[in-house]
Ligand binder design. Structure first.
Ligand code: FES
Length: 196
């Protein structure tokens, strides 16, 4: 159970802890990696063994998605993709944002038609960059085994070998600025979206 969340911006000073000891080297290295990657972290208080005589509240540090500005709404043109990297600059981070010109699941803007997706096929990682098709509002066909994804419906598979939807990059609009704030679905080649 989560009782309380405190966020730490990248680079914020923090008191030394047990994790700084040689025994905690692995955890510390991961934290350093996250902070140097521009990712924020949060301290979450969790309850272990809730409802039992040995219940205990302990702090746990978890990574949170960065908020990254990727485009201006006023500069987008229908069916012209904008490429960017998210949530970091690691492997398989390449993504694309596009104004579809038609309302879409997860779309933002006045027409709810601006969406963004990771650019790697969920089957075996085929590179889908440059495969957007305005006529069908789709990504693909994948150069490896022809999977095609529907960008109006959260990247669901239209045809091909894949069995998972294309990961959708979650967007927020702040005035004219478009921010990436998360990813829905697992990016190919990662067991955790925040580890490149
Ligand atoms: S890698 Fe894309 S369909 Fe197999």
């Amino acid at each position: 159970m989560t009782d309380q969340i405190k966020t730490h911006e990248p680079g914020a000073p923090k008191a030394p802890s047990k994790k700084d000891s040689p025994a905690g080297k692995c955890l510390m290295s991961r934290r350093k990696f996250l902070l140097s990657s521009g990712l924020a972290s949060a301290t979450v208080i969790v309850t272990l063994n809730p409802g039992t005589s040995v219940a205990a509240k302990v702090p746990a540090e978890v990574a949170t998605y960065p908020r990254k500005k990727i485009a201006k709404l006023s500069e987008l043109k229908d069916d012209v993709p904008v490429e960017f990297e998210y949530p970091d600059k690691g492997e398989y981070a390449q993504s694309m944002l596009v104004k579809l010109g038609t309302e879409a699941g997860g779309g933002i803007g006045p027409q709810k038609d601006v969406v963004a997706f990771n650019s790697f096929c969920t089957h075996q990682g085929g590179d889908l960059a440059g495969s957007y098709k305005g006529e069908t509002k789709s990504m693909g066909a994948c150069p490896l085994h022809l999977s095609t994804y529907d960008l109006t419906r959260h990247g669901i598979l239209i045809s091909g070998q894949a069995y998972q939807s294309l990961p959708q990059v979650l967007l927020e609009l702040d005035g004219d600025d478009i921010y990436a704030v998360g990813v829905f679905g697992l990016i190919y080649g990662r067991y955790d979206n925040l580890q490149g």
